[in-house]
Design a protein around this ligand. Structure first.
Ligand code: RP5
Length: 163
């Protein structure tokens, strides 16, 4: 997988977001989905962000996951510059517990969609699972892996016992 061309780009506004976004990377790795992770910010590195996104489809990327906290404009800016599906992950911020990030990511104007997931690690994991679902529409073996994952998850829950 290390040498494979990435299908998913995981972007985050700061290195401080990695603790959360590692869950997305780990989940994609579990499904052997080639991906790359980059720190790019809508505010601190606007030109580099737009350059990355502009080249993404031509480089073979099929989904972009964009995570940011606070005034979280990254996913929206990314979506404005590509036709690829963009999945937004609101990072849990210290001051407002991610409500700020959630609203900034989810409240897109009609016409430029961002598929927004939950705040924090559950959202990071689910963004990766949604990316797998998108990619698996044209990749039957990946779809079977996703089916097996769901079946294992169901069986695990049904095995749970309470004290
Ligand atoms: C956002 O500001 C980042 O996505 C991060 O969640 C937040 C804080 O960034 P740092 O000050 O930790 O670099 O752009």
């Amino acid at each position: 997988m290390a040498d494979a061309k990435p299908l998913v780009g995981i972007l985050m506004g700061s290195k401080s977001d990695w603790e959360t976004m590692k869950s997305a990377s780990d989940t994609l790795a579990r499904f052997d989905v080639a991906h790359e992770c980059r720190v790019l910010s809508a505010h601190r590195t606007p030109a580099a962000t737009i350059e990355y996104v502009g080249a993404a489809e031509g480089r073979g990327l099929e989904v972009i996951i964009a995570a940011a906290g606070g005034a979280a404009h990254l996913a929206g800016v990314v979506a404005a510059h590509t036709l690829l599906p963009v999945l937004g992950v609101p990072i849990e911020s210290a001051s407002l517990k991610g409500l700020d990030s959630l609203l900034a990511t989810v409240q897109m104007p009609g016409g430029i969609p961002v598929g927004t997931l939950a705040i924090g690690k559950p959202g990071a994991t689910n963004a990766a699972l949604l990316a797998v679902a998108i990619l698996s529409a044209a990749r039957p073996p990946l779809r079977e892996k996703l089916r097996a994952f769901r079946e294992e998850q169901t069986a695990k829950v049904l095995r749970e016992t309470l004290p």
